[in-house]
Design a protein around this ligand. Structure first.
Ligand SMILES: [Zn+2]
Length: 173
């Protein structure tokens, strides 16, 4: 199991900075015995496929990608533990506090999703992902994917962004 520092190192700097702040906000109000742990960042294809098969993710890993498949990471997951036990209910106050911390720093929280509620999950919102690509590709980073972005990035919108394209552009930012 990678350490928290190792997971943070795998994150895109945009995510790393916000993840660090969210963790520190949550820990700042934690009572004794309440723990938050980073448990996943970048996820191998085989793991994504296993999660899909188990119904834990809607992304099959090939046709539909999880943001965990991108490197540097665009998403991370945590575990909230109270008194040594993983807190299973997303409605629990400890998870609600985590979601609030995630949203305060400007990330999207999976606990807010409809259908497959994913309280452990936090990710860079779409508008910010587009801005990061635009900045890396040298076009105005307004978060709107117009013709100039399509020309500069080489694909017509976020769903067409491959893990390879993201890695290449994110590495040059
Ligand atoms: Zn996740």
């Amino acid at each position: 199991m990678p350490t928290e520092a190792e997971h943070l190192a795998l994150m895109h700097p945009f995510l790393r900075e916000r993840a660090t702040r969210a963790l520190s906000i949550w820990r700042g109000s934690a009572r004794p015995g309440e723990v938050v742990k980073v448990v996943e960042s970048v996820r191998p294809l085989a793991t994504q496929q296993a999660y899909f098969a188990a119904g834990k993710s809607k992304a099959d890993g090939i046709v539909k990608l999880s943001l965990h498949q991108f490197a540097p990471a665009l998403a991370f997951d945590v575990a909230v533990i109270v008194g040594g036990k993983y807190v299973a209910s997303a409605a629990a106050s400890e998870w609600q506090r985590w979601g609030a911390a995630v949203e305060i720093v400007g990330l999207e929280w999976g606990g807010r999703w409809r259908g497959l509620v994913d309280a452990p999950h936090a990710q860079i919102p779409l508008t910010d992902r587009v801005k990061l690509l635009q900045a890396a590709a040298g076009v105005a980073a307004d978060g709107d994917w117009g013709p100039a972005t399509t020309r500069a990035v080489g694909v017509a919108g976020w769903p067409a962004v491959t893990t390879e394209l993201w890695s290449r552009l994110a590495a040059t930012r």
